[in-house]
Structures are given as structure tokens and as C-alpha cells.
Design a protein around this ligand. Structure first.
Ligand SMILES: Nc1ncnc2c1ncn2[C@@H]1O[C@H](COP(=O)(O)OP(=O)(O)O)[C@@H](O)[C@H]1O
Ligand SMILES: [Mg+2]
Length: 228
């Protein structure tokens, strides 16, 4: 069995707004191993984005255990998490990760540079995603689907070991989504990265090693027969 990169046990997480307290995660457990792709499905508001932000350290759980790359989250501290986000854990947020004042090409170079990589193969990534022509454009000059693909290129340019992707094909049409999917699976195979992909795209989910459903604050194997 491959090395466990992320291990979460019994994570609980709630939000407070005024007097109200919303319990989002209630004892969630998950293991993500090197080389595997896991899809997360679940209704809107079920806590999928919250889960990703616990796994990249942008938010902290109320309770539970979280180990990433063999280290306890409590021992990582802000600097440890920042280092992981810079070099090992790429997050593709739902609404874009691009710096508005940089062109697509410079966004990629910036991201790769942060991770300490000089050679980032940015142009090849853009070609593979069919957006080579956007290299010199700024994010606000792109369509939603182009922006999403440019963000993908940035994430891959840092050569992460874990990719946390929040609806990476959400604003892509079916044909483009089908072109983007192989990028994930190639990266997983070629570099033994692990991917956690929040997706409603059945095609993308089917290609993952496992599909888990987030419901009532916990994960369970997704039974597609029940949902269709
Ligand atoms: N910063 C926040 N403050 C208060 N409630 C939040 C906050 N972020 C998310 N929520 C609530 O937590 C629940 C889970 O949100 P989220 O993780 O974004 O779900 P999903 O990504 O599955 O749609 C939702 O009910 C949402 O309204
Ligand atoms: Mg979300």
C-alpha cells in the first residue's frame, strides 16, 4: 500500500454566525494515499469546501486529528502550513486562484517560483489545456472556463504532491472537461501525486479510484445507484 499523505480522524468543524452555530463536519475521517485520486460528491452546503480548507490548513478544525505528510497539524503552525501550501499542497479554489495584475504566463511563473522551481513548462501546460493563446492575457480578459484552466495550469506548475480541487471542471463544457480530466490522472500516475477532487462531473468522478459522499458531516462510499 502506498504512503498515507493525509490522514484525518474524527474532524469536527462548525461556524458561528451571531447566535447560530452550524455544525458542518461531525466526525469526518479520511485517508489519502500517494498515487490515488478520490472524488468527493455531496449536496451544496454539505461542507466540501470547508473540508478542503481544513486539509490545506487555511482553516482549523474544532476537534479531531489531522496528519499531513506525517506531521500532526497542531505541530505544523502557520509557517509549516504555509510551506506545505507553497511547495506540496496545491488548492484549486472554486472561484479562481489567479492574481489579477499578472498575465496567465506570469501567474504560472510566479506559482512555480514560489515552489522553488525554475523550469515550469508553463507553455506546454497551456497547450495541453488548449489555452496557449491566453498566455499574455490578464485573468479578467478570459472566459470562466479559460480562467479555470489557467488556474489548473498554475496548480500543476508547482508540481505539488497533493492536489485539492474544488469543482475543477465547474465552468467547463463537457468536451473541455474531458480534456482536462487526463491532466489529473497523468499527474497522479507520472508523479505519484494524490488528488482529492470535489466534483459533480460524473465522468471525472468515475475515473477516480474512490468516490466518497459528504453527507451530514461525514464521508461514506458513494452509491451512485442511490443517487441517480
Ligand atoms: N465563513 C462561514 N461562516 C459561516 N458559515 C459558513 C462559512 N463558510 C461556510 N459556511 C456554511 O457552512 C456550510 C458548508 O459550507 P461549504 O463548506 O462551503 O459547503 P459546500 O462546499 O459543500 O457547498 C454551509 O451551510 C455554509 O453556508
Ligand atoms: Mg463549495
Amino acid at each position: 500500500m502506498n504512503e498515507v499523505l493525509i490522514q484525518a480522524r474524527n474532524l469536527c468543524m462548525s461556524y458561528r454566525t451571531g447566535r447560530e452555530r452550524i455544525e458542518v463536519l461531525r466526525g469526518l475521517s479520511l485517508e489519502l494515499r500517494r498515487g490515488e485520486a478520490v472524488a468527493i460528491v455531496g449536496p451544496s452546503g454539505s461542507g466540501k469546501s470547508t473540508l478542503l480548507n481544513l486539509l490545506n490548513g487555511l482553516q482549523r478544525p474544532d476537534s479531531g486529528q489531522l496528519r499531513v505528510f506525517g506531521r500532526e497539524q497542531a505541530d505544523l503552525g502557520e509557517d509549516g502550513w504555509a510551506e506545505l501550501r507553497r511547495t506540496r499542497i496545491a488548492t484549486l479554489f472554486q472561484d479562481g486562484n489567479l492574481i489579477p495584475t499578472l498575465t496567465v504566463a506570469r501567474n504560472i511563473a510566479f506559482r512555480a517560483g514560489l515552489a522553488g522551481l525554475g523550469q515550469h513548462g508553463g507553455q506546454a501546460l497551456l497547450e495541453r489545456l488548449d489555452i496557449a493563446a491566453t498566455a499574455q492575457r490578464y485573468p479578467d480578459q478570459l472566459s470562466g472556463g479559460q480562467r479555470q484552466r489557467a488556474a489548473l495550469a498554475c496548480a500543476f506548475a508547482m508540481q505539488p504532491q497533493v492536489i485539492l480541487a474544488d469543482e475543477p471542471t465547474g465552468s467547463l463544457d463537457q468536451a473541455t472537461a474531458q480534456r482536462v480530466a487526463p491532466l489529473f490522472f497523468d499527474a497522479i500516475r507520472e508523479r505519484a501525486v494524490a488528488a482529492l477532487i470535489v466534483t459533480h462531473n460524473a465522468e471525472l468522478a468515475r475515473r477516480c479510484d474512490r468516490v466518497l459522499e459528504l453527507r451530514q458531516g461525514a464521508l461514506s462510499p458513494w452509491d451512485s445507484a442511490l443517487s441517480s
